[in-house]
Structures are given as C-alpha cells and as structure tokens.
Write a protein that binds this ligand. Structure first.
Ligand SMILES: [Zn+2]
Length: 430
C-alpha cells in the first residue's frame, strides 16, 4: 500500500492558505472579531550568507505579520525561527528564517501587498479607503503602490510609433509666499502626459508644460526607441513643438483637431462679446438672440437639426446688424470644413476658401486665427495626412481626472504619477 510522502495539512492550514506556512493554533482574541493565528514556516531555511540549508534551531520569536482578511480581520503571529549556520566557512553564526511570502525585514505578507495594490490600481479605490478596509496604514498602501510603479516594465521595452502629448493641471493653483521678500507668487502645478496613441497607455508624466520636462524625458530614451517614432500629436503648444524639434527631428508633428476647433470657437466668442459691447454698450443678456444661442453658434453647422439651422438664421437676421457675427461664424465653419478634408486636392481648395473668408471678414480676431493656422500649417498638414490626434490622450486625461477625484487631491507628485502609470498600464493590459 502506498503511503503519502508528506503529512496531510490540517483543515485550518488549508483554509488559511498562506503558502509555505502551517497553522498551529487559532484562538479568539479579547475582541471576539479578531482571531489570533499562529503559524510555523515549512519553507527550507537557507543562510543568507552562504545559502547552505540549516536545520538546527537557535531560538524562536513570535513576530506579528500583517495579512489579508481571512473570514474577517486576523492577527497573524509567526513563530519565527532563528537557526544556526553550521557551514564552517560562513562568517554568520545564526540567522532568521524568511519565506517568499514574508521576506527578510518584511512585516506584511506578499499576498497582502498584492491585494492592496490591486484594490487601488485595478479597482480604482482610494488609498485611504483601502487602508481602512484592511486595517492597515495609508503609508503601507501608498508604499506598495509606489513600489509597484517602480517595478513596471520600462517604457524603453515598448516600441510605440505614434505619441500624443497633452498637458493638465494636477492640482489647484497655489500662492506661495517668499519668506524673505514676503512676495506672493502664483504656482500652477502643471504636468504633461506622454501617451502611446495606438494603445492609449500613459508612457510618462513630467512636471510642467514647458519644453524642458518633455525634452528631458525624450533625452532619457534610447536612440532606437526614438527612431521608431513616426508621428507625435500635440495641442498647439510652442513649447511642445520646440522639445520635439530638438529631440525628435525626424518625427512628423501633428496638431490636434479638437484644439484647433477650440481656437476657432474662442475667436467666435470674442467677436460676439465685442459686437455686443459695441452695439449695446454692455455684455450679452438673455434677451439678446446671439447670447441666448451662443452655444448653437459654436456647434458644427452639419450637426444641427433643421430647427437649429432656422434658429441660427434668425440670430444672424435679427441680432447681427454689422454682419460681423455671421462673418466670424463663416470663418469658423470654413476651418472645420478644411479640417474634415480627406484628400490633398480638397485640402488645398478648402484652405483657399478659408483664407478668402478671413479676408472678407476683415476683423482682428479672424486675422489672429489665420496667423495661428499659418504658423501651424505643417502640423495641420500632418494631421490631415495621418489623423494622429490626441483623442487617446484625452481619454487618459479622463482617467487621470477620476484618479484625482477618488483620491480627493494629491500633495505628493510621485504618488500621483505612480497611480497614473500603474492604472494606465493595468487598463492597457485588460
Ligand atoms: Zn551561512
């Protein structure tokens, strides 16, 4: 008859299910909800000095180890052995045992750390909430998350072909007082996000929104990595363009469609406000048709219903005596038309049409828009040819907004960046 080669684990050990550990007793603590579990390690004890296995026990010490919830909160005590190293060549005389679940110097199990990390990153819960749920400190949760971010595979192992760069403010504006001069300075905590626009993964987050942060990040990438980049989508920011020209001279830079339309809409709003001031000597009121339909003016004409088109015609017929509003609106629509062109010949035609509209409008606001479009024309051409937009970057920014909302603010930029990189990596894999 065959005999099992090892003893069958007890029911408690099977339930507790901590690899390499055996439960030797389970008792209620003073508080009935907390159990004390005492465990012993079955892991072979190898000396950290010489790696030779040891078996002669020097002493035992009870160590408290933080662990996951097992049918409620558990106070886990480990009867940890100190062993003699019998290897004569080894300088160590004794050592404390360690296991993969509780390595040297650790005071929490590996499975607890994994669970905490998943609760914050995969489930998107706030670190403080996770800490309360597991009865551990916020510091432990945060340390686990920051360590996991540091262990993420290097972005240099990825080979993205198309990048998107965008900026966002990571916390509200602060005023800082200089201790000596007593002068207050405005501090705008901006960060720039670098995203792989094909996968949507956030590859990097850098401080600020000037060319230095992005430039330094790109300089840190290997040459082969940089040579894979074909196009980079940015919003119309001269700082980003400068950083790209210096560090990615061969990549085509594309400017984002959404931000260009935004510029045209801002122009139209400026004209509407100026016309209202000039005609009525005041800002717009509910009773002014142009003000009442100010959002209708900004919508694309092709997306309007027949009723919407009628209302718009009515605005131009009754609340635009100088016809400046309709001229500015025509410029905005001409830009949108140009941006929706799908072949080089129609781009050229529509650009001429746009320029003619600007010339006919003859206003400083429309001239300024044309100047910006001219300045960014190479990047707009790249957009029209490749359609690399920062839409994926915007999606990443939405995720970032959620992280900020759940955490109710970050004081430490490193914690903030760790959350974003990890959550983005987790989402990309999922
Ligand atoms: Zn040894």
């Amino acid at each position: 008859m065959n005999q099992p080669t090892q003893s069958c684990p007890s029911a408690a050990t099977t339930l507790f299910n901590l690899p390499d550990y055996r439960v030797i007793s389970v008792v209620h603590d003073r508080d009935a909800s907390i159990r004390v579990v005492t465990v012993a390690s079955d892991f072979p004890a190898a000396c950290p000095g010489c790696a030779v296995l040891a078996s002669r026990v020097h002493s035992r010490r009870i160590q408290r180890v933080r662990d996951i919830l097992v049918a409620g909160r558990v106070r886990l005590m480990w009867a940890k052995r100190r062993l003699f190293c019998d290897e004569t060549l080894c300088v160590r005389k004794t050592f404390s045992e360690s296991t993969p679940q509780v390595p040297r110097f650790a005071r929490s199990t590996a499975r607890l750390k994994e669970t905490l990390k998943n609760a914050v990153i995969d489930s998107g819960r706030a670190a403080s909430e996770v800490a309360t749920a597991f009865g551990v400190s916020w510091w432990l949760v945060n340390t686990v998350v920051v360590a996991a971010a540091a262990a993420l595979p290097s972005v240099d192992l990825l080979a993205p072909a198309r990048l998107g760069i965008d900026e966002h403010r990571y916390r509200s504006v602060r005023w800082l007082q200089d201790q000596q001069s007593k002068k207050w300075t405005r501090y705008e905590p901006w960060m720039s996000t670098i995203v792989d626009v094909d996968t949507g993964q956030v590859l990097g987050i850098v401080d600020g929104r000037d060319s230095r942060g992005i430039g330094a990040w790109l300089k840190a990438r290997p040459t082969a990595w940089l040579s894979c980049i074909e196009t980079v989508g940015i919003d119309p920011s001269a700082a980003f363009r400068k950083a790209l020209r210096e560090n990615l001279p061969d990549a085509a830079v594309s400017v984002d469609h959404f931000h260009l339309v935004l510029l045209a809409n801002d122009m139209l709003t400026q004209v509407r406000q100026r016309v209202s001031r000039e005609q009525n000597g005041r800002r717009g009121l509910k009773t002014d048709k142009a003000w009442a339909h100010r959002l209708l003016l900004l919508r694309g004409y092709d997306t309007l219903s027949d009723a919407g088109k009628k209302r718009l015609d009515d605005v131009f017929a009754t609340d635009d005596p100088s016809q400046e509003l309709v001229a500015a609106w025509g410029v905005k629509e001409a830009l949108r038309l140009m941006l929706s062109a799908t072949n080089p010949a129609s781009v050229e035609d529509r650009k001429i049409f746009f320029e003619r509209q600007v010339k006919a409008a003859a206003m400083k606001e429309t001239d300024r828009l044309l100047a910006t479009v001219t300045k960014w024309w190479p990047e707009i051409q790249t957009l029209l040819a490749t359609r690399v937009t920062t839409a994926k970057v915007e999606a990443a920014n939405t995720m970032i907004k959620n992280i900020k909302r759940i955490a109710r603010g970050f004081r430490n930029p490193t914690n903030y960046q760790s959350r974003i990189l990890l959550r983005s990596a987790a989402r990309t894999v999922a």
